[in-house]
Unconditional design. Structure first.
Length: 177
């Protein structure tokens, strides 16, 4: 069982800008149209867990639903999934450890954790086993941070570093206990 974060941040550690936008990610030169390892990563996971804000951002892209794996959306306010996604998106709420346990019991053992508040909540509960963080060379000066306050330090071991497209760095860390 593992809970994995795969995300991009600015140099100053933000995952969205001051207007809750991620447009700055599209400014990254990508002449070869690479997915920078995302498809390979998705082959490793059984399902995704994201927050409602992240769902709204994905829906705002105006593209076909991008995930072939089940997506579990954390929300205390949504009562139904968006039309057309009934067999792809599932609403969950409650305590994160219980949600993870329930999903694991259903065979979803390798979970992709996405979204700022969701990742921060998983970290507060010490439920993240691996962090894959790609740093984009831009300073946003504010916005939604990837990390927030913790009650105790969480130690990770750096296991891999990749330079992507001559300007980004993807680092992989695993939780040490």
């Amino acid at each position: 069982m593992s809970n994995i974060v795969y995300i991009a941040t600015s140099l100053d550690g933000f995952i969205a800008d001051k207007n809750n936008q991620i447009d700055w990610l599209h400014d990254v030169p990508n002449p070869e149209g690479s997915d920078f390892g995302f498809a390979e990563f998705m082959d490793r996971v059984d399902a995704l867990i994201m927050g409602r804000n992240t769902l709204d951002i994905v829906l705002s892209f105006g593209i076909d639903w991008p995930y072939s794996k089940p997506v579990f959306v954390l929300s205390n306010t949504l009562t139904k999934v968006p039309e057309g996604l009934e067999e792809k998106v599932f609403l969950v709420n409650g305590e994160l450890p219980k949600i993870v346990q329930s999903l694991n019991q259903k065979g979803f053992n390798k979970l992709y954790i996405d979204g700022g508040k969701t990742i921060q909540g998983f970290l507060r509960h010490d439920l993240i086993d691996e962090l894959i963080i790609t740093t984009i060379p831009i300073l946003l000066g504010g916005g939604i941070p990837l990390f927030s306050d913790l009650t105790a330090p969480l130690k990770f071991q750096h296991i891999k570093c990749e330079r992507l497209a001559d300007h980004m760095v993807k680092n992989t860390f695993i939780r040490t206990r």
